[in-house]
Design a protein around this ligand. Structure first.
Ligand code: TEU
Length: 534
Protein backbone atom coordinates (compact mmCIF):
# COMPACT_ATOMS: atom_id res chain seq x y z
CA UNK A 1 0.00 0.00 0.00
CA UNK A 2 1.30 3.47 -0.83
CA UNK A 3 2.60 5.45 2.12
CA UNK A 4 0.61 8.54 2.96
CA UNK A 5 2.74 11.65 3.04
CA UNK A 6 2.76 12.71 6.70
CA UNK A 7 2.50 16.38 5.82
CA UNK A 8 -0.31 16.15 3.27
CA UNK A 9 -2.45 19.22 3.41
CA UNK A 10 -5.97 17.94 2.90
CA UNK A 11 -8.68 18.31 5.49
CA UNK A 12 -8.82 14.60 6.29
CA UNK A 13 -9.98 15.32 9.82
CA UNK A 14 -13.24 16.92 8.69
CA UNK A 15 -14.80 13.53 8.01
CA UNK A 16 -12.36 10.94 9.37
CA UNK A 17 -13.23 7.78 11.24
CA UNK A 18 -10.84 7.69 14.19
CA UNK A 19 -10.29 4.53 16.23
CA UNK A 20 -9.44 4.90 19.90
CA UNK A 21 -6.83 2.48 21.18
CA UNK A 22 -6.54 2.02 24.94
CA UNK A 23 -3.05 0.47 24.75
CA UNK A 24 -3.32 -1.42 28.01
CA UNK A 25 -6.25 -3.45 26.71
CA UNK A 26 -5.81 -3.71 22.95
CA UNK A 27 -3.30 -6.57 22.54
CA UNK A 28 -0.46 -7.89 24.65
CA UNK A 29 2.61 -8.59 22.51
CA UNK A 30 5.07 -9.62 25.23
CA UNK A 31 2.75 -11.73 27.35
CA UNK A 32 2.94 -9.80 30.62
CA UNK A 33 -0.82 -9.33 30.81
CA UNK A 34 -0.74 -5.67 29.78
CA UNK A 35 -1.39 -4.53 26.24
CA UNK A 36 1.51 -2.84 24.47
CA UNK A 37 2.80 -1.28 21.28
CA UNK A 38 4.05 -4.64 20.03
CA UNK A 39 0.46 -5.84 20.25
CA UNK A 40 -0.79 -2.85 18.28
CA UNK A 41 1.80 -3.40 15.56
CA UNK A 42 0.63 -6.97 15.09
CA UNK A 43 -2.92 -5.78 14.51
CA UNK A 44 -2.34 -2.78 12.24
CA UNK A 45 -3.60 -4.86 9.32
CA UNK A 46 -6.82 -5.46 11.26
CA UNK A 47 -7.31 -1.70 11.68
CA UNK A 48 -6.60 -1.11 8.00
CA UNK A 49 -9.12 -3.77 7.03
CA UNK A 50 -11.67 -2.22 9.36
CA UNK A 51 -11.18 0.94 7.32
CA UNK A 52 -10.29 3.61 9.86
CA UNK A 53 -8.41 6.76 8.89
CA UNK A 54 -6.56 7.35 12.13
CA UNK A 55 -5.83 5.85 15.51
CA UNK A 56 -5.92 7.87 18.73
CA UNK A 57 -3.79 6.34 21.48
CA UNK A 58 -4.80 7.16 25.02
CA UNK A 59 -1.62 8.01 26.99
CA UNK A 60 1.30 5.69 26.40
CA UNK A 61 3.86 7.77 28.30
CA UNK A 62 5.91 6.87 31.35
CA UNK A 63 3.39 6.62 34.16
CA UNK A 64 2.71 4.90 37.47
CA UNK A 65 -0.68 4.07 35.86
CA UNK A 66 -2.67 5.27 38.85
CA UNK A 67 -5.25 6.67 36.44
CA UNK A 68 -4.60 4.40 33.47
CA UNK A 69 -1.79 6.60 32.15
CA UNK A 70 -3.55 9.95 32.64
CA UNK A 71 -0.94 10.47 35.32
CA UNK A 72 2.10 11.25 33.17
CA UNK A 73 5.60 11.17 34.65
CA UNK A 74 7.40 12.02 31.39
CA UNK A 75 5.67 13.19 28.22
CA UNK A 76 8.68 12.30 26.08
CA UNK A 77 9.08 8.68 27.15
CA UNK A 78 6.96 5.59 26.55
CA UNK A 79 6.09 3.54 29.61
CA UNK A 80 8.21 0.35 29.67
CA UNK A 81 4.99 -1.65 30.10
CA UNK A 82 4.01 -0.46 26.61
CA UNK A 83 7.41 -0.36 24.85
CA UNK A 84 10.00 2.22 23.90
CA UNK A 85 10.09 5.53 22.09
CA UNK A 86 11.82 3.83 19.19
CA UNK A 87 8.97 1.40 18.96
CA UNK A 88 6.44 4.21 18.98
CA UNK A 89 8.30 5.79 16.07
CA UNK A 90 8.23 2.49 14.22
CA UNK A 91 4.55 2.11 14.93
CA UNK A 92 3.81 5.58 13.55
CA UNK A 93 5.76 4.77 10.38
CA UNK A 94 4.12 1.35 9.94
CA UNK A 95 0.67 2.81 10.48
CA UNK A 96 1.41 5.37 7.76
CA UNK A 97 2.19 2.51 5.39
CA UNK A 98 -1.31 1.22 6.01
CA UNK A 99 -2.70 4.71 5.39
CA UNK A 100 -3.47 5.18 9.08
CA UNK A 101 -2.61 8.40 10.89
CA UNK A 102 -1.68 8.58 14.55
CA UNK A 103 -3.12 10.90 17.19
CA UNK A 104 -1.47 11.11 20.61
CA UNK A 105 -3.12 12.13 23.86
CA UNK A 106 -1.67 15.10 25.72
CA UNK A 107 -2.64 15.61 29.36
CA UNK A 108 -1.88 19.26 30.10
CA UNK A 109 -4.04 19.84 33.18
CA UNK A 110 -1.95 17.74 35.53
CA UNK A 111 1.10 15.51 35.81
CA UNK A 112 1.87 12.44 37.86
CA UNK A 113 3.14 13.01 41.37
CA UNK A 114 6.18 11.08 40.11
CA UNK A 115 6.93 13.70 37.45
CA UNK A 116 10.36 15.34 38.04
CA UNK A 117 8.73 18.74 38.51
CA UNK A 118 6.47 17.62 41.30
CA UNK A 119 9.18 15.72 43.11
CA UNK A 120 11.38 18.80 42.94
CA UNK A 121 8.51 20.95 44.20
CA UNK A 122 7.97 18.72 47.22
CA UNK A 123 11.64 18.80 48.01
CA UNK A 124 12.15 22.52 47.50
CA UNK A 125 9.50 23.49 50.05
CA UNK A 126 7.12 26.42 50.55
CA UNK A 127 7.85 29.64 48.69
CA UNK A 128 10.21 27.99 46.19
CA UNK A 129 10.07 28.63 42.44
CA UNK A 130 9.57 24.86 42.00
CA UNK A 131 6.25 25.06 43.83
CA UNK A 132 5.05 27.84 41.54
CA UNK A 133 4.64 25.35 38.71
CA UNK A 134 1.74 23.87 40.69
CA UNK A 135 -0.98 25.27 42.94
CA UNK A 136 0.49 25.09 46.44
CA UNK A 137 -1.25 27.11 49.14
CA UNK A 138 -1.34 27.34 52.92
CA UNK A 139 -4.49 25.87 54.45
CA UNK A 140 -7.35 27.68 56.12
CA UNK A 141 -8.34 27.32 59.76
CA UNK A 142 -6.34 28.17 62.82
CA UNK A 143 -3.47 25.84 62.00
CA UNK A 144 -3.94 25.56 58.27
CA UNK A 145 -5.70 22.26 58.79
CA UNK A 146 -8.50 23.06 56.33
CA UNK A 147 -8.11 22.97 52.54
CA UNK A 148 -7.55 26.35 50.80
CA UNK A 149 -10.92 26.27 49.07
CA UNK A 150 -14.03 24.15 48.61
CA UNK A 151 -13.67 23.12 44.97
CA UNK A 152 -15.47 19.93 44.00
CA UNK A 153 -13.41 17.26 42.30
CA UNK A 154 -13.90 15.94 38.78
CA UNK A 155 -13.84 12.55 40.44
CA UNK A 156 -15.51 12.12 43.82
CA UNK A 157 -13.37 13.06 46.84
CA UNK A 158 -11.10 15.91 47.87
CA UNK A 159 -9.28 18.28 45.52
CA UNK A 160 -6.54 19.28 47.96
CA UNK A 161 -3.89 17.19 49.67
CA UNK A 162 -1.68 18.40 52.49
CA UNK A 163 2.06 17.68 52.39
CA UNK A 164 4.20 17.17 55.53
CA UNK A 165 5.47 20.78 55.60
CA UNK A 166 1.87 21.96 55.99
CA UNK A 167 1.12 23.31 52.50
CA UNK A 168 -1.69 21.96 50.35
CA UNK A 169 -1.66 21.26 46.60
CA UNK A 170 -4.55 21.24 44.18
CA UNK A 171 -5.59 18.17 42.19
CA UNK A 172 -8.88 18.16 40.30
CA UNK A 173 -8.49 14.39 39.91
CA UNK A 174 -6.58 12.05 42.24
CA UNK A 175 -3.83 13.17 44.68
CA UNK A 176 -1.40 11.41 42.32
CA UNK A 177 -2.36 13.96 39.62
CA UNK A 178 -1.28 17.44 40.83
CA UNK A 179 -2.65 20.29 38.67
CA UNK A 180 -0.16 22.46 36.81
CA UNK A 181 -0.19 26.24 37.14
CA UNK A 182 -1.02 27.40 33.62
CA UNK A 183 -0.35 31.05 34.37
CA UNK A 184 3.33 30.15 34.65
CA UNK A 185 5.36 30.73 31.46
CA UNK A 186 7.53 27.66 32.06
CA UNK A 187 4.46 25.41 32.04
CA UNK A 188 3.37 26.91 28.73
CA UNK A 189 6.80 26.64 27.15
CA UNK A 190 7.19 23.02 28.25
CA UNK A 191 3.92 21.97 26.64
CA UNK A 192 4.73 23.79 23.43
CA UNK A 193 7.96 21.79 23.35
CA UNK A 194 6.08 18.56 24.00
CA UNK A 195 3.75 19.30 21.10
CA UNK A 196 6.71 19.87 18.82
CA UNK A 197 8.33 16.68 20.11
CA UNK A 198 5.37 14.60 18.94
CA UNK A 199 4.69 16.52 15.74
CA UNK A 200 8.38 16.02 14.84
CA UNK A 201 7.67 12.32 15.24
CA UNK A 202 5.02 12.68 12.57
CA UNK A 203 1.88 12.31 14.54
CA UNK A 204 -1.04 13.77 12.63
CA UNK A 205 -2.91 15.07 15.62
CA UNK A 206 -3.21 15.57 19.34
CA UNK A 207 -6.12 14.85 21.64
CA UNK A 208 -6.18 17.29 24.54
CA UNK A 209 -7.28 15.79 27.83
CA UNK A 210 -9.62 17.77 30.09
CA UNK A 211 -9.14 20.69 27.72
CA UNK A 212 -11.46 23.15 29.47
CA UNK A 213 -9.89 22.82 32.93
CA UNK A 214 -6.34 24.16 32.51
CA UNK A 215 -6.78 27.79 33.54
CA UNK A 216 -7.77 28.50 37.13
CA UNK A 217 -9.09 31.72 38.63
CA UNK A 218 -5.92 33.39 40.02
CA UNK A 219 -7.44 33.78 43.50
CA UNK A 220 -8.68 30.19 43.64
CA UNK A 221 -11.96 31.47 45.16
CA UNK A 222 -14.56 29.20 46.70
CA UNK A 223 -17.01 27.61 44.34
CA UNK A 224 -20.38 29.34 44.38
CA UNK A 225 -23.02 27.39 42.51
CA UNK A 226 -24.35 29.12 39.39
CA UNK A 227 -22.05 32.11 39.44
CA UNK A 228 -20.28 33.05 36.29
CA UNK A 229 -17.49 32.31 35.68
CA UNK A 230 -16.80 28.94 37.26
CA UNK A 231 -13.41 29.19 39.03
CA UNK A 232 -11.80 26.37 37.04
CA UNK A 233 -14.02 25.24 34.19
CA UNK A 234 -13.77 27.19 30.94
CA UNK A 235 -11.91 30.29 32.14
CA UNK A 236 -11.49 32.88 29.38
CA UNK A 237 -7.68 32.78 29.68
CA UNK A 238 -7.63 29.28 28.24
CA UNK A 239 -8.15 30.45 24.68
CA UNK A 240 -4.83 32.21 24.60
CA UNK A 241 -3.13 28.89 25.32
CA UNK A 242 -4.88 27.17 22.42
CA UNK A 243 -4.08 30.01 20.04
CA UNK A 244 -0.39 29.50 20.70
CA UNK A 245 -0.84 25.73 20.28
CA UNK A 246 -2.63 26.21 16.99
CA UNK A 247 0.29 28.18 15.58
CA UNK A 248 2.54 25.19 16.36
CA UNK A 249 0.13 22.65 14.90
CA UNK A 250 -0.12 24.68 11.72
CA UNK A 251 3.63 24.41 11.18
CA UNK A 252 3.21 20.64 10.98
CA UNK A 253 -0.30 20.40 9.52
CA UNK A 254 -1.27 18.77 12.79
CA UNK A 255 -4.80 18.80 14.14
CA UNK A 256 -6.34 18.98 17.58
CA UNK A 257 -9.31 17.32 19.15
CA UNK A 258 -10.19 18.76 22.53
CA UNK A 259 -11.95 16.92 25.29
CA UNK A 260 -14.37 19.70 26.11
CA UNK A 261 -17.37 18.75 28.25
CA UNK A 262 -19.41 21.97 28.38
CA UNK A 263 -23.18 22.28 28.51
CA UNK A 264 -23.18 25.75 26.95
CA UNK A 265 -23.11 25.53 23.15
CA UNK A 266 -21.80 29.02 22.62
CA UNK A 267 -18.94 28.54 25.11
CA UNK A 268 -18.13 25.18 23.53
CA UNK A 269 -17.90 26.71 20.05
CA UNK A 270 -15.30 29.23 21.24
CA UNK A 271 -12.76 26.40 21.40
CA UNK A 272 -13.38 25.76 17.71
CA UNK A 273 -12.70 29.23 16.39
CA UNK A 274 -10.47 29.15 13.30
CA UNK A 275 -7.30 29.98 15.23
CA UNK A 276 -7.93 27.49 18.06
CA UNK A 277 -8.80 23.77 18.03
CA UNK A 278 -9.82 22.03 14.80
CA UNK A 279 -12.33 19.77 16.54
CA UNK A 280 -13.66 18.86 19.96
CA UNK A 281 -15.45 15.77 21.14
CA UNK A 282 -19.18 16.17 21.00
CA UNK A 283 -20.57 14.09 23.84
CA UNK A 284 -24.19 15.08 23.26
CA UNK A 285 -24.99 11.94 21.33
CA UNK A 286 -23.42 9.67 23.91
CA UNK A 287 -25.45 11.35 26.66
CA UNK A 288 -28.70 11.14 24.69
CA UNK A 289 -31.16 8.29 25.35
CA UNK A 290 -32.52 6.12 22.53
CA UNK A 291 -35.41 8.39 21.66
CA UNK A 292 -36.13 9.81 18.21
CA UNK A 293 -37.17 13.31 19.24
CA UNK A 294 -34.31 13.77 21.64
CA UNK A 295 -31.76 12.40 19.19
CA UNK A 296 -33.03 14.68 16.46
CA UNK A 297 -32.80 17.67 18.76
CA UNK A 298 -29.29 16.64 19.82
CA UNK A 299 -28.15 16.34 16.21
CA UNK A 300 -29.68 19.70 15.28
CA UNK A 301 -28.15 21.43 18.31
CA UNK A 302 -24.76 19.92 17.59
CA UNK A 303 -24.73 21.01 13.97
CA UNK A 304 -26.06 24.46 14.88
CA UNK A 305 -23.36 25.01 17.49
CA UNK A 306 -20.59 24.07 15.06
CA UNK A 307 -21.91 26.01 12.07
CA UNK A 308 -20.90 29.57 13.07
CA UNK A 309 -17.25 28.55 13.53
CA UNK A 310 -17.31 26.27 10.46
CA UNK A 311 -15.86 23.37 12.44
CA UNK A 312 -16.96 19.82 11.63
CA UNK A 313 -18.93 17.98 14.30
CA UNK A 314 -17.51 14.84 15.86
CA UNK A 315 -19.76 11.93 16.88
CA UNK A 316 -18.92 9.73 19.84
CA UNK A 317 -20.98 6.80 21.13
CA UNK A 318 -18.52 5.60 23.71
CA UNK A 319 -14.99 5.87 25.07
CA UNK A 320 -12.84 4.59 27.92
CA UNK A 321 -14.76 6.66 30.50
CA UNK A 322 -18.36 5.63 29.92
CA UNK A 323 -20.59 2.55 29.97
CA UNK A 324 -20.31 0.61 26.72
CA UNK A 325 -22.96 1.37 24.11
CA UNK A 326 -24.58 -2.07 23.93
CA UNK A 327 -25.15 -2.16 27.68
CA UNK A 328 -26.37 1.43 27.83
CA UNK A 329 -28.93 1.00 25.06
CA UNK A 330 -30.10 -2.24 26.62
CA UNK A 331 -31.13 -0.61 29.90
CA UNK A 332 -34.87 -0.25 29.63
CA UNK A 333 -36.25 -0.51 33.16
CA UNK A 334 -33.67 1.47 35.10
CA UNK A 335 -33.37 4.19 32.52
CA UNK A 336 -30.43 5.28 30.49
CA UNK A 337 -27.41 6.67 32.20
CA UNK A 338 -24.01 6.89 30.60
CA UNK A 339 -22.11 8.25 33.54
CA UNK A 340 -23.31 7.26 36.96
CA UNK A 341 -22.93 3.54 37.05
CA UNK A 342 -24.63 1.13 39.36
CA UNK A 343 -23.43 -2.33 40.27
CA UNK A 344 -25.40 -5.07 38.58
CA UNK A 345 -27.77 -2.78 36.66
CA UNK A 346 -29.73 -5.14 34.39
CA UNK A 347 -29.43 -4.69 30.66
CA UNK A 348 -31.05 -6.51 27.75
CA UNK A 349 -27.98 -7.10 25.61
CA UNK A 350 -29.89 -8.41 22.58
CA UNK A 351 -31.92 -5.20 22.50
CA UNK A 352 -28.85 -3.08 23.25
CA UNK A 353 -26.96 -4.74 20.41
CA UNK A 354 -29.76 -4.10 17.91
CA UNK A 355 -29.82 -0.46 18.91
CA UNK A 356 -26.03 -0.14 18.89
CA UNK A 357 -26.02 -1.50 15.31
CA UNK A 358 -28.64 1.04 14.29
CA UNK A 359 -26.75 3.80 16.13
CA UNK A 360 -23.60 2.88 14.21
CA UNK A 361 -25.33 3.50 10.88
CA UNK A 362 -26.86 6.69 12.25
CA UNK A 363 -23.57 8.22 13.40
CA UNK A 364 -21.59 7.10 10.37
CA UNK A 365 -24.16 8.84 8.13
CA UNK A 366 -24.04 12.17 9.97
CA UNK A 367 -21.92 15.11 8.76
CA UNK A 368 -18.49 15.25 10.37
CA UNK A 369 -16.04 12.77 11.84
CA UNK A 370 -16.69 9.70 13.96
CA UNK A 371 -14.80 8.22 16.90
CA UNK A 372 -14.86 4.49 17.40
CA UNK A 373 -13.67 3.06 20.71
CA UNK A 374 -11.84 -0.29 20.59
CA UNK A 375 -14.30 -3.13 21.05
CA UNK A 376 -17.25 -1.03 19.88
CA UNK A 377 -16.81 -2.66 16.45
CA UNK A 378 -17.12 -6.03 18.24
CA UNK A 379 -20.26 -5.03 20.11
CA UNK A 380 -18.61 -5.66 23.47
CA UNK A 381 -20.89 -5.08 26.45
CA UNK A 382 -19.79 -3.48 29.70
CA UNK A 383 -18.14 -6.17 31.84
CA UNK A 384 -18.94 -6.68 35.51
CA UNK A 385 -15.60 -6.56 37.28
CA UNK A 386 -15.38 -8.41 40.58
CA UNK A 387 -14.65 -6.08 43.49
CA UNK A 388 -11.19 -7.52 44.15
CA UNK A 389 -10.13 -6.81 40.55
CA UNK A 390 -11.29 -3.21 40.27
CA UNK A 391 -8.42 -0.80 39.57
CA UNK A 392 -10.07 2.46 38.58
CA UNK A 393 -9.41 5.21 41.16
CA UNK A 394 -12.89 6.55 40.45
CA UNK A 395 -14.34 3.51 42.17
CA UNK A 396 -12.28 4.03 45.31
CA UNK A 397 -12.88 7.77 45.40
CA UNK A 398 -16.62 7.20 45.23
CA UNK A 399 -16.35 5.29 48.49
CA UNK A 400 -17.02 2.09 46.57
CA UNK A 401 -20.50 3.06 45.33
CA UNK A 402 -19.52 3.60 41.68
CA UNK A 403 -18.08 0.53 39.92
CA UNK A 404 -15.77 2.87 38.03
CA UNK A 405 -14.67 2.66 34.43
CA UNK A 406 -12.91 -0.71 34.31
CA UNK A 407 -15.94 -2.43 32.79
CA UNK A 408 -15.34 -0.69 29.46
CA UNK A 409 -11.57 -1.25 29.57
CA UNK A 410 -11.40 -5.04 29.52
CA UNK A 411 -8.73 -6.58 27.23
CA UNK A 412 -10.04 -7.37 23.75
CA UNK A 413 -10.92 -10.91 22.60
CA UNK A 414 -9.09 -11.70 19.35
CA UNK A 415 -9.53 -15.45 18.96
CA UNK A 416 -12.29 -17.55 20.46
CA UNK A 417 -10.23 -20.62 21.27
CA UNK A 418 -6.87 -19.16 22.24
CA UNK A 419 -5.48 -18.46 25.71
CA UNK A 420 -7.04 -15.22 27.05
CA UNK A 421 -9.05 -15.11 23.83
CA UNK A 422 -5.83 -14.25 22.01
CA UNK A 423 -5.20 -11.04 23.97
CA UNK A 424 -1.71 -12.17 24.91
CA UNK A 425 0.45 -15.26 25.08
CA UNK A 426 1.31 -15.29 28.79
CA UNK A 427 0.05 -13.92 32.07
CA UNK A 428 -3.56 -13.27 33.03
CA UNK A 429 -4.80 -10.02 31.49
CA UNK A 430 -4.63 -7.03 33.88
CA UNK A 431 -8.43 -7.07 34.04
CA UNK A 432 -10.30 -10.37 33.83
CA UNK A 433 -12.22 -11.12 30.62
CA UNK A 434 -15.76 -12.49 31.08
CA UNK A 435 -15.87 -16.24 30.46
CA UNK A 436 -18.47 -15.94 27.71
CA UNK A 437 -16.50 -13.55 25.49
CA UNK A 438 -15.52 -16.16 22.87
CA UNK A 439 -18.69 -15.11 21.03
CA UNK A 440 -17.25 -11.60 20.58
CA UNK A 441 -13.80 -12.68 19.39
CA UNK A 442 -12.54 -11.13 16.17
CA UNK A 443 -12.03 -14.51 14.47
CA UNK A 444 -15.64 -15.55 15.20
CA UNK A 445 -17.02 -12.30 13.86
CA UNK A 446 -14.69 -12.32 10.89
CA UNK A 447 -16.41 -15.34 9.45
CA UNK A 448 -19.94 -14.14 10.17
CA UNK A 449 -21.46 -11.70 7.66
CA UNK A 450 -24.08 -10.69 10.24
CA UNK A 451 -21.62 -9.82 13.00
CA UNK A 452 -21.06 -6.35 14.40
CA UNK A 453 -17.54 -6.40 12.95
CA UNK A 454 -18.84 -7.16 9.47
CA UNK A 455 -21.41 -4.38 9.80
CA UNK A 456 -18.70 -1.87 10.72
CA UNK A 457 -16.38 -3.01 7.94
CA UNK A 458 -19.09 -2.69 5.31
CA UNK A 459 -20.32 0.62 6.67
CA UNK A 460 -16.82 2.11 6.74
CA UNK A 461 -16.14 0.92 3.22
CA UNK A 462 -19.41 2.41 1.92
CA UNK A 463 -18.78 5.62 3.84
CA UNK A 464 -15.42 5.94 2.14
CA UNK A 465 -16.69 5.17 -1.33
CA UNK A 466 -19.64 7.58 -1.30
CA UNK A 467 -18.62 11.22 -1.32
CA UNK A 468 -22.04 12.21 0.05
CA UNK A 469 -21.18 10.87 3.52
CA UNK A 470 -18.78 12.66 5.85
CA UNK A 471 -18.57 16.45 5.87
CA UNK A 472 -21.37 18.36 4.15
CA UNK A 473 -25.06 19.20 4.39
CA UNK A 474 -27.90 16.99 5.66
CA UNK A 475 -31.66 17.44 5.36
CA UNK A 476 -34.37 15.86 7.50
CA UNK A 477 -37.03 13.99 5.54
CA UNK A 478 -40.65 13.59 6.60
CA UNK A 479 -41.09 10.41 8.62
CA UNK A 480 -43.56 8.63 10.91
CA UNK A 481 -43.42 9.34 14.65
CA UNK A 482 -40.38 7.71 16.22
CA UNK A 483 -38.53 7.44 12.91
CA UNK A 484 -35.51 9.52 11.90
CA UNK A 485 -34.89 9.96 8.18
CA UNK A 486 -32.39 12.28 6.58
CA UNK A 487 -30.76 12.81 3.23
CA UNK A 488 -27.15 13.55 2.43
CA UNK A 489 -25.98 14.58 -1.04
CA UNK A 490 -25.74 12.09 -3.93
CA UNK A 491 -29.14 10.62 -3.10
CA UNK A 492 -27.94 8.97 0.10
CA UNK A 493 -30.61 8.52 2.73
CA UNK A 494 -30.42 7.13 6.28
CA UNK A 495 -33.54 5.93 8.09
CA UNK A 496 -33.54 4.84 11.74
CA UNK A 497 -36.61 3.32 13.34
CA UNK A 498 -36.81 4.09 17.07
CA UNK A 499 -40.54 3.37 17.30
CA UNK A 500 -42.15 0.10 18.44
CA UNK A 501 -43.53 -0.89 15.05
CA UNK A 502 -42.16 -1.47 11.56
CA UNK A 503 -41.76 1.63 9.35
CA UNK A 504 -42.29 2.01 5.60
CA UNK A 505 -39.13 2.93 3.70
CA UNK A 506 -39.10 5.94 1.42
CA UNK A 507 -38.93 5.25 -2.34
CA UNK A 508 -35.40 4.25 -3.26
CA UNK A 509 -33.23 2.98 -6.06
CA UNK A 510 -31.17 0.59 -3.97
CA UNK A 511 -30.58 -0.56 -0.46
CA UNK A 512 -26.94 -0.05 0.52
CA UNK A 513 -26.88 -1.50 4.03
CA UNK A 514 -29.20 -2.42 6.88
CA UNK A 515 -28.33 -2.93 10.52
CA UNK A 516 -30.72 -5.91 10.59
CA UNK A 517 -33.09 -7.70 8.21
CA UNK A 518 -36.20 -5.98 6.84
CA UNK A 519 -39.53 -7.71 7.53
CA UNK A 520 -41.47 -9.74 4.94
CA UNK A 521 -43.25 -6.64 3.70
CA UNK A 522 -39.94 -4.87 3.15
CA UNK A 523 -40.49 -2.60 6.14
CA UNK A 524 -37.85 -1.43 8.59
CA UNK A 525 -38.32 -3.19 11.97
CA UNK A 526 -38.03 -1.40 15.31
CA UNK A 527 -34.48 -0.52 16.43
CA UNK A 528 -33.12 -0.96 12.93
CA UNK A 529 -31.41 1.46 10.53
CA UNK A 530 -30.86 1.47 6.80
CA UNK A 531 -28.78 3.32 4.22
CA UNK A 532 -30.57 3.86 0.92
CA UNK A 533 -29.72 5.30 -2.44
CA UNK A 534 -32.65 7.27 -3.81
O1 TEU B 1 -11.50 12.70 31.55
C1 TEU B 1 -11.94 13.96 31.93
C2 TEU B 1 -13.09 13.98 32.83
O2 TEU B 1 -13.52 15.04 33.19
C3 TEU B 1 -13.66 12.72 33.38
O3 TEU B 1 -13.81 12.91 34.74
C4 TEU B 1 -14.99 12.40 32.85
O4 TEU B 1 -15.90 13.41 33.18
C5 TEU B 1 -15.47 11.11 33.47
O5 TEU B 1 -14.49 10.13 33.30
C6 TEU B 1 -16.74 10.63 32.82
O6 TEU B 1 -17.13 9.45 33.41
C7 TEU B 1 -10.20 12.59 31.11
C8 TEU B 1 -9.88 11.17 30.70
O7 TEU B 1 -10.67 10.81 29.58
C9 TEU B 1 -10.04 10.26 31.88
O8 TEU B 1 -9.82 8.92 31.53
C10 TEU B 1 -9.04 10.71 32.93
O9 TEU B 1 -9.23 9.94 34.08
C11 TEU B 1 -9.19 12.18 33.26
O10 TEU B 1 -9.26 12.99 32.10
C12 TEU B 1 -8.00 12.67 34.06
O11 TEU B 1 -6.90 12.81 33.23
Amino acid sequence: MAAVHPLRTDDWWRDAVIYQVYPRSFADGDGDGTGDLAGVRVHLAYLAELGVDAVWFTPWYLSPLVDGGYDVADYRAIDPAFGTLEEAEKLIAEAAEFGIKVIVDIVPNHVSDQHAWFRAALEAGPGSPERELFHFRPGRGENGELPPNDWPSQFAGATWTRVPDGEWYLHLFTPEQPDLNWSHPVVRREHEDVLRFWFERRVAGVRIDSAALLAKHPDLPDFVEDVDPHPYIDQDEIHDIYRSWRAIADEYNGVFVGEVWLPDAERFARYLRPDELHTAFNFNLLACPWDADRLRRTIDDTLAEHAPVKAPATWVLCNHDVTRTVTRYGRTDTGFDFDTKTFGTPSDLALGTRRARAAALLTLALPGSVYLYQGEELGLPEADIALDHIQDPMHFRSGGTDPGRDGCRVPLPWSADALHFGFGPGSEPWLPQPADWAQYAVDRQDADPDSMLSLYRTALLLRRSHAGFGDGPMTWLPAEAGVLAFARTDGLVCVVNLSDSPAELPAHESLLLTSGPLDEQGRLPADTAVWLRT
